[in-house]
Design a protein around this ligand. Structure first.
Ligand SMILES: [Zn+2]
Length: 365
């Protein structure tokens, strides 16, 4: 196996923005989101300090002081604003999280949840939630649900599901024209939004394994990517391509436990691997991936057999495609799926690795 390259891309160093009081005051006047985290402002008359983009009423210039850090503002005797909560998650982050959660609820429901149900789940009033959702995503929850259904329908049709069944499976009503038009209003597809992981924090690390360099990445909800690659730079590039809108940080220590579990599995494959996962995919892909996790270590199943367990015995090709798009190597064991004649067929990370994993799993199993 090739040695890992150690090169790291240094972040571009820019002149520090919002350095002068003048620039800072301008940012406060503009409620400039880009200034969030760059500095804090405190208001002498209220004793409160805020993020630059706090939505509260704007103070008078002569009462405002600027601080570089939260600690400095607190040392000067100010307390955190309850509205913009400078010590908590950013407003943008909180809203993106809420929207992401709502999207997932919509994605996973057979029939779209009502506005009230969604709002309550994310702890907002229906009115506020509706506004936030639209601000973050550029469309209403209802339009999102409609567009998502259309996407699901297209996916099912692509996967070879008979049209009538696909329409049913996608949860479609009858007035498909409505959905077509709402889809056209999307600047990007819901899937693209979801895939980009806007507003998500992703920790990642690369570790050397007996099967080559391996990237492990996780959100707060679980592992979102496990990928073999030639070297660290290539793997980091793939992560960026996969989650272009997420905040990605190298965090070796934070992923210690996952790394230990994965390397233990590679050393002794017969023990299997179970990790908390944060997977994104169509309803069909997720069903396939779940089915793969039920194949025990040391066993294999054909694409057709997996399709049959899903109740769609003719969908072997679609199952193969779902395996090929699996982004979580090992933990979603697509390596346990083989051709109907028992041949290894394909593997996203190379047949050599597939062969080694299956041989290892069988050894003690
Ligand atoms: Zn505030």
């Amino acid at each position: 196996m090739q040695a890992m390259t150690q090169e790291k891309t240094a972040p571009a160093i820019e002149a520090k923005p919002f350095a002068s009081d003048e620039a800072r005051w301008q940012a406060v006047c503009d409620r400039n989101r880009a200034a969030d985290g760059q500095f804090y402002f405190a208001v002498a008359t209220t004793g409160v300090y805020c993020r630059p983009n706090c939505a509260a009423r704007q103070p008078r210039r002569e009462n405002v002081r600027f601080y570089d850090t939260i600690a400095a503002a607190e040392a000067a005797g100010f307390r955190a604003c309850k509205r913009c909560r400078p010590t908590g998650k950013s407003i943008e982050q909180t809203q993106a999280d809420a929207v992401q959660r709502a999207c997932r609820m919509i994605d996973e429901a057979e029939t779209p949840p009502t506005l009230n149900v969604l709002a309550e789940a994310v702890g907002m009033s229906p009115f506020h939630f509706h506004r936030v959702f639209k601000a973050v995503l550029g469309l209403t929850p209802k339009d999102y649900a409609a567009a998502r259904r259309l996407e699901r329908l297209k996916q099912e049709l692509d996967d070879g599901t008979p049209v009538s069944q696909a329409i049913y499976g996608a949860g479609f009503g009858s007035s498909s024209r409505l959905y077509e038009t709402t889809h056209a209003t999307l600047g990007m597809t819901p899937a693209a939004f979801q895939r980009g992981a806007k507003g998500k924090q992703i920790d990642w690390t690369v570790t050397a394994t007996a099967l080559g360099p391996l990237l492990i990445a996780a959100t707060g909800d679980g592992v979102c990517m496990i990928e073999f690659g030639e070297n660290e730079a290539v793997l980091e590039g793939e992560l960026a391509q996969r989650f272009p809108s997420a905040q990605r940080s190298r965090a070796d220590a934070a992923l210690d436990r996952h790394v230990a579990a994965v390397t233990a599995y590679i050393e002794t494959p017969s023990r299997g691997l179970s990790l908390p996962l944060d997977v994104q995919g169509t309803a069909f892909q997720r069903r396939v991936w779940r089915a793969l996790q039920e194949i025990p270590p040391g066993r294999t199943a054909s694409y057709g057999e997996v399709a049959a367990t899903l109740g769609q015995p003719t969908a072997a090709r679609a199952v193969a495609r779902a395996c090929a798009t699996n982004e979580i190597a090992l933990a979603i064991p697509c390596h346990r799926v083989v051709g109907s004649d028992g041949r290894l067929a394909g593997y996203r990370w190379g047949l050599e690795r597939k062969r080694a994993l299956l041989a290892g799993e069988k050894k003690a199993g």
